[in-house]
Design a protein around this ligand. Structure first.
Ligand code: ATP
Length: 433
């Protein structure tokens, strides 16, 4: 299976919108790579350029050993599944699965062999004689995947393939996709706006913002060492809390209390930075009910009192929400964008409310004052102007990180005409056959 290499790929649409800006990325042979970012960040455009459905304005796309900029979608050995998968309503599942192979005039016996192999792989054997109208949403999605897989493509591209499924089915299908990808070892690029999906599925994850690559790394790297505010606020659920802080007297002053500077921060924030404003990031899981922190751990953090506004117990954990001091000054373009991103406004992300995830054994109660502890070793400190994570030290050797300002967004276009006649008026085509 070949890998995919993007070299400074830019897509500027007519009207000037830059959807993808100098994207350079090496996707290894057999790798499962996820592109994630909020709506309009350019992930679908990037995927469509790999597929050959959009032409890059500049830069090169290489699949295996070949630069494919001039190769049509049809001649790239790629299969793509979209969010709105299209099945032919008048064909049975078996005929839908075999369609791309019949198009290629493959011998009947080979079509039958591959269809039954894919049906077995996806648990569709019992459904082969049904038509799409007689299937559930999840089953239809599996058929759409099967129709892409049956071609045994060299690269598999998926664009939000699970977003039409309900929550339970989404988790189930996510696991299936993951298992299938490992079994087949096909180089896969998967687009999603859901960071949980991104972290659970991928070998590596690319976080994009406004057409620019923000960071690429394993899920753990993105979670542990986010290189900038955007990645820090985007990855993790509930999102990282952000507080304003000041560097003074060799200390990091926050409304929660004063933290000693780590060696790395001391090195990064030299004398002339004294009095310097920073943004401090604390993940909800780096708080704890002070009563549950061992004597050994306690000195690694600080304990503070706060009134608990809301408490949510989910059995395995307890989430508490509180406000602490005035968190004004925690403003940055990145945080505003994160807060505006649907569904994330209420989870940390720069608001005044702090969310902490505590052990289920906590006896803290809603509406009362509590002693909370925060782990000083886990703090992230960001430069408000550039968004750079100062607690990671020098970012020089880190790969392609950018916090450049956003390109103006253009309105979302209608989907480009599919390669083959749309078989179902309510959906768009799913496979490049
Ligand atoms: P979503 O999750 O909402 O699908 P996305 O990250 O996949 O978003 P893209 O669809 O790649 O984003 O779009 C990136 C930017 O390019 C957006 O601002 C979008 O409006 C713009 N864009 C996409 N296609 C076109 C087009 N054909 N003509 C003009 N602008 C476009």
């Amino acid at each position: 299976m070949p890998g995919v290499i993007l070299e400074a790929v830019t897509k500027r649409f007519a009207g000037g919108a830059v959807a993808v800006d100098e994207l350079s990325l090496e996707i290894a042979d057999g790798e499962f790579m996820i592109l994630v970012g909020s709506s309009g960040c350019g992930k679908t455009t990037a995927l469509r350029m790999i597929a050959g459905l959009e032409t890059p304005t500049s830069g090169t796309i290489q699949i295996g050993d070949q630069i494919v900029n001039e190769v049509s979608a049809r001649d790239r050995d790629i299969a793509m599944v979209f969010q709105n998968y299209a099945l032919y309503p008048h064909m049975t599942v078996a005929r839908n699965l075999g369609y791309p192979l019949r198009q290629r005039r493959m011998p009947r016996s080979e079509v039958a062999r591959r269809v039954s192999e894919v049906a077995e792989m996806l648990g569709l054997e019992e459904l082969l004689k049904r038509r799409p109208g007689q299937l559930s949403g999840g089953q239809r999605q599996r058929v759409a995947m099967g129709r892409a897989l049956v071609r045994e493509p060299e690269v598999f591209l998926l664009d939000e393939p699970l977003s039409n499924l309900d929550a339970k089915l989404r988790v189930q299908t996510r696991t299936e996709i993951s298992r299938l990808q490992r079994r087949l070892g096909t180089t896969t690029v998967y687009v999603t706006h859901d960071q949980v999906e991104a972290l659970t599925l991928g070998d590596r994850v690319v976080v994009m913002r406004s057409g620019l690559l923000q960071q690429v790394g394993s899920p753990k790297q993105l979670y542990d060492t986010p290189e900038n505010l955007f990645v820090a606020g985007f990855i993790g659920s509930p999102a990282m809390n952000f507080l304003s802080g000041t560097i003074e007297d060799n200390k990091l002053r926050t409304s929660l209390g004063d933290f000693p500077l780590t060696d790395r921060l001391r090195h990064e924030l030299t004398q002339e930075n004294t009095g310097r404003q920073v943004i401090v990031g604390v993940r909800p899981e780096n708080f704890e009910d002070a009563a549950l922190v061992s004597a050994d751990n306690r000195p690694h953090g600080i304990t503070f009192k706060s009134n608990i506004d809301v408490l949510e117990s989910i059995g395995s954990d307890v989430f508490v929400y509180f406000t602490h001091g005035r968190e004004s000054g925690v403003n940055s373009a990145e945080l505003e964008e994160l807060a505006a991103d649907a569904g994330r406004g209420e989870t940390g992300g720069g608001g005044d409310t702090i969310v902490a995830r505590l052990d289920a054994a906590s006896r803290i109660r809603e509406g009362s004052e509590a002693d909370l502890w925060v782990d000083g070793r886990a703090l992230h400190v960001f430069d408000p102007a550039s968004g750079r994570n100062l607690s990671l030290g020098n970012a020089e050797e880190r790969t392609a990180t950018s916090t450049a300002p956003a390109a103006p967004a253009a309105p979302a276009p209608e989907e480009a005409a599919p390669e083959e006649a749309a078989p179902d008026t309510s959906t768009r085509t799913d496979n490049i056959t």
